[in-house]
Every structure is written in C-alpha cells, then in structure tokens.
Design a protein around this ligand. Structure first.
Ligand SMILES: NC(=O)c1ccc[n+]([C@@H]2O[C@H](COP(=O)([O-])OP(=O)(O)OC[C@H]3O[C@@H](n4cnc5c(N)ncnc54)[C@H](O)[C@@H]3O)[C@@H](O)[C@H]2O)c1
Length: 286
C-alpha cells in the first residue's frame, strides 16, 4: 500500500477545533497554512496557538526553541487559492453540510489531483461531503476530539468511495501528530459519539427517573462503574448546547429514542445554562 508523503497541510477554519489541529500540525513540523474568513480571526487563532505553546514551555513540556520552531511553520491566509500546494487539507469550518460541500468543491479546483481532503465533521456524513467533489476517493474524515491538542483519539473515517491510500495516509498523519488513530466507516456518530451520546442521555434521564442529584449520579458512575468523570461533569465540559446538537443530529439519522436529547437538557440549553463555558450547567463554575 502506498501512503502518500505529506509535507504541507492546509487547515480551513481556525476556530476551537481548527486552531487546535493547526497547533498539532506545526508541533509535528508540517508546513501549515491556516485559512480563516478574516485576517483578524486568523491572527486571533495564531495568538491562541502561541498561548498554548507558551503554557507547554512554562510547564517544561516544551523548550522555548521548539515553540519558536513550531510557530515558524504556521502561515495564515484568507485566500483559499493559497492552499494550492497542500498535500492534505483538513476542514474545520461550521457544522453545515452546504457550507462544507461548497468548500470542498472549491478546494478541488485549487489543490493537486492527488491531494487528500479531510473533514473534521462530528455529525455530518463524510460521504455526502465527498459527493460534492469529482475525485471523491481522496476524501476522508479525520475526527479530532476537543481539545484537539490534548485528546489522544482521532477517528479516521472511510467514506463510501474513499481510497485505501487516502485512509492510510490520514491514519499515518494522525500517528505523526502523536494521536491514537482508529479506522472506521462513515456511519452516524462514527464510533465514540454513537456509543457515548445515547449513554449520556440515559444517564440524564436517570436523574429524573431515580430522583438522584447530579453529584450522586456522578459519584455512582465514577465510584461504581469506573468512569474517569461523571456524566454531568462531562456534559458540562463538552457544552450542553454541543451535546443537544449532537443528540439531535444522531436522532435525526437513526430515529432511536435514546438518541433524542432529554427535555431537561433542552430546557437547560434554552435557558443559557451551557455548562462550564457559561459558568453554569449541572454545576456552578467560578
Ligand atoms: N467543538 C467540538 O467539540 C468539536 C469536536 C469535534 C469536531 N468538531 C467539528 O469541527 C468543526 C468546527 O467546529 P468548531 O467547534 O471548531 O467551530 P468554531 O465555530 O469554533 O470554528 C469554526 C471556524 O470556521 C471559520 N469558518 C467558517 N467558514 C469558513 C470558511 N469557508 N473558510 C475558513 N474558515 C471558515 C469560522 O470563522 C470559525 O472561526 C465542525 O464541523 C464541528 O462539528 C467540533
């Protein structure tokens, strides 16, 4: 099997996920071109990346020289055409099928025919995104977890027409980024969310069914099931809006009642209780 050599990686969208992915690619010494919609958003992303690298230096997990060497590998643009020489482009823009399909179609006219196009979508079909390009064999999913620099897993998702070369190349890149890649096919929720979302929703239903407090539910699952963190703590960390959105997306595709977000958590989202990021969810954060 031929695994294409990747030297230059484009990252499109430098929000929460894209900036984290770009941090990983520059730390792994890939030439990285980050594309945002405005220069200001690009510079903000570079600032966040520099901040996180500095924290690694402060914690003596990275030398100042390595920090500087990594940052040299990051260039920014607002022009998609500047991604022409990329061997791999990782897309991390908004979770919207039409926006992703339009981007992939535009990218296909810019990059070389053997360049690989990867999407970081959590809940959309990689196959539907791939159908927007002519050479759809080059499209795969690379599903990183949030925060990308810290979470070890990346799901390498094979769409219906993905080539072995594209899948194996993405897998090899995942390894070079220091991740633990896994291979899976393009099904709703891939692996982790397909398992985790209904389990978390079951946990949240038990809050009302068993009239247990969030603290006691978390204790039950950490002390009784060996979970590293309780379900209420986890949903607060992920973001209640993000969890509701993922649940709705899975429910829409699979129509299994367990996938649907429990009314209690939808009400929390509507009230602006989003978990850690809003200062209040199941718990209150200072
Ligand atoms: N946040 C998570 O927990 C998480 C985890 C795994 C995967 N994902 C997926 O990653 C993707 C990005 O999510 P996020 O949380 O980083 O979103 P985000 O809103 O933080 O970032 C998206 C960024 O993309 C930019 N953008 C939009 N259109 C663009 C375009 N055409 N070109 C360049 N930049 C563009 C926006 O300006 C924004 O900065 C989504 O598909 C999401 O489902 C998110």
């Amino acid at each position: 099997m031929v695994v294409s050599e990747i030297r230059t990686i484009g990252v499109v969208g430098l929000g929460a996920m894209g900036a984290g992915i770009a941090q990983l690619t520059i730390e792994a010494r890939y030439e990285t071109i980050g594309r945002e919609v405005t220069e200001e958003l690009g510079h903000q992303a570079r600032g966040r990346i520099a901040h996180f690298l500095q924290r690694k230096v402060d914690k003596e997990r990275m030398s100042a020289a390595d920090r500087d060497a990594a940052l040299v590998h990051l260039s920014l643009t607002t022009e998609l055409a500047d991604l022409a020489d990329c061997d791999l482009v990782i897309e991390a823009i908004v979770e919207d099928l039409d926006a992703k399909r339009a981007l992939f179609a535009e990218l296909e006219g810019i990059v070389r025919p053997n360049a690989i196009l990867a999407t970081n979508t959590s809940a959309l079909s990689v196959t539907e995104i791939a159908a927007a390009v002519e050479l759809s064999a080059r499209v795969v999913g690379m599903h990183f977890f949030n925060p990308a620099p810290l979470m070890p897993l990346v799901e390498i998702v094979r769409a219906e027409l993905s080539s072995d070369d594209a899948v194996e190349t993405a897998y090899a890149v995942g390894e070079r980024l220091g991740k633990r890649p896994i291979r899976c096919h393009d099904t709703p929720g891939f692996v982790v969310n397909r398992v985790l979302i209904p389990v978390l929703n079951d946990c949240l239903r038990v809050l009302d069914e068993a009239r247990v407090s969030p603290e006691d539910l978390d204790t039950a699952m950490t002390a009784g099931a060996g979970w590293p963190m309780g379900p209420c703590t986890l949903v607060d960390l992920v973001g209640i809006d993000v969890h509701v959105h993922a649940s709705e997306a899975l429910y829409e595709k699979l129509r299994e009642p367990r996938m649907a977000p429990p009314p209690r958590i939808v009400a929390m989202k509507n009230a602006g209780l989003l978990g850690r990021k809003s200062g209040r969810g199941f718990y209150v954060y200072e």
